[in-house]
Design a protein around this ligand. Structure first.
Ligand code: SF4
Length: 250
């Protein structure tokens, strides 16, 4: 079998599933009960300060994103100018997948392709995410809802700034409240840290089951990071097995 690193061009779902499943025998996952972190529900989210120049309070929507219905929430996001990222965006990237899905995947922020299409996780990283989900029997077509912490592309793909995160957070909170997923999967350190309310590196966070306001939360690497670091493939497989166990309730 070819040892992908992790996704060669022209890869197929079967290739990745075969690859990932080969890791199962090599690295059986521990029982979920051994990994649950009692009391790990984040008591608070990071409380970023609002630096000078913030626009987060200047153009607040007339609706409260944390308490409205799904379509009004989406409409509010699509028209949002709460932070400076509205200025350079082509599209607000709100979500993809099924709002009735069992799993919600949360990533970081749109990149160039996402900004151009208005959809999260497109391109090679998106394909890899789809294959990761397929490897554990999930699909954005029917069982998965996908979104990001930040809905508009930071210029040059820079990291979102604290005031931008603060301005956008009500949309993600609203999505989690309205979609009410059975399980959350944070991909990448940014989403993992936000949802766990910590600043620990992803390598220290992964491998455990957390709780975000009562919703089980598993974290793993961002597909784009996996594309750059094939050495993390095995760890990702372990995380996906943990996710599967949580979803199966085992
Ligand atoms: S990133 Fe979020 S808060 Fe900022 S303009 Fe876009 S939707 Fe609004």
């Amino acid at each position: 079998m070819r040892e992908p690193g992790i996704v060669p061009s022209g890869f197929s779902a079967g290739e990745l599933v075969t690859f990932l499943e080969s890791r199962k025998a090599a690295s059986p996952a521990a029982p979920v009960a051994d990994r649950l972190q009692p009391g790990s529900t984040p008591a608070t989210k990071p409380s970023p300060s609002t630096p000078e120049g913030s626009t987060s309070g200047d153009a607040a929507p007339t609706v409260d994103p944390s308490s409205i219905g799904y379509e009004p929430l989406r409409d509010a996001a699509l028209a949002c100018t709460r932070c400076r990222l509205a200025e350079g965006r082509r599209h607000v990237v709100f979500s993809d997948g099924n709002p009735a899905g069992r799993l919600m995947v949360v990533g970081e922020a749109p990149g160039a392709r996402e900004d151009a299409t208005g959809l999260p996780f497109v391109g090679q990283a998106g394909k890899l995410l789809d294959l990761m989900l397929a490897a554990v029997g999930l699909s954005r077509a029917d069982s998965v809802y996908i979104c990001n912490v930040i809905k508009c592309r930071p210029p040059g793909n820079r990291n979102p700034l604290p005031d931008e995160i603060e301005a956008c957070a009500p949309f993600l909170k609203g999505q989690i409240r309205l979609v009410a997923p059975e399980v959350l999967l944070a991909v990448g350190s940014f989403a993992a840290q936000w949802l766990t309310g910590t600043t620990r590196p992803l390598g220290k966070l992964r491998g455990e089951v957390y709780s975000y306001e009562g919703v089980p939360l598993v974290v793993t690497y961002h597909p784009a990071a996996l594309l750059r670091n094939p050495g993390w493939n095995r760890l990702c497989w372990d995380d996906l097995q943990l996710l599967r166990q949580v979803m199966d309730g085992s």
